[in-house]
Design a protein around this ligand. Structure first.
Ligand code: HEC
Length: 159
């Protein structure tokens, strides 16, 4: 009897947890959900070049490669760049693979366009969150608003 009660309690807890997950669409944009999207297939590297390291000396991030999901890449119609004055469409995901100088990825810095504004975050391949999507991204936005940015993307200006 005791075990039966315990069993049903666990079942009820599990069911209510599942329900919460279903009802909270924000979870689709959690740090770990973003990492899943970052690890997914279907990205194209900036200027179709998966090999060259961009120096990253203009910002705080380090040497990097830049990749775009399909929605984002399709918007780069100005010689591989976003046309000036245009916003990237909702669903665009930009991933900056930041390297440690030894061909290993140190972390991902990413921007995801949702409801007309960017979601910002930084996460390591081992799931360590360096800058959560839930934090106020004002430091990111502040610096990314610099001269030459296109919809807050700065690589288009430097490279
Ligand atoms: C002090 C300035 C500065 C801050 C703060 C900063 N960035 Fe950047 N970021 C840059 C610059 C400059 C580049 C591109 C060139 C480079 O790295 O040299 C860049 C590139 C990127 C890129 C590639 C797309 C692009 O804009 O070129 C992503 C993604 C990115 N940063 C995410 C972030 C996130 C997330 C934060 C906040 C947690 C952040 N950045 C904070 C300066 C900054």
């Amino acid at each position: 009897m005791k075990y039966l009660i315990l069993f049903f309690t666990i079942v009820i807890i599990l069911i209510s947890c599942t329900k919460k997950v279903g009802k909270n669409p924000e979870l689709a944009y959690s740090d770990f959900a973003m990492l899943d999207s970052i690890n997914a297939a279907g990205f194209t590297y900036y200027k179709n070049d998966p090999n060259t390291f961009l120096p990253g000396t203009n910002g705080p991030h380090g040497p990097y490669k830049l990749r775009f999901n399909k929605i984002g890449f399709n918007a780069l119609t100005d010689n591989g760049k976003l046309p000036t004055g245009i916003s990237m469409p909702n669903g665009s995901l930009i991933v900056k693979d930041v390297y440690d100088g030894n061909n290993n990825i140190k972390y991902y810095a990413f921007m995801y366009k949702r409801s007309g504004s960017w979601l910002w975050g930084e996460i390591k391949p081992n799931k360590e969150v360096l800058y959560s999507v839930n934090r106020n991204p004002f430091t990111c936005i502040n610096c990314h608003s610099q001269t030459g940015h296109r919809d807050l993307v700065t690589t288009f200006y430097f490279h």
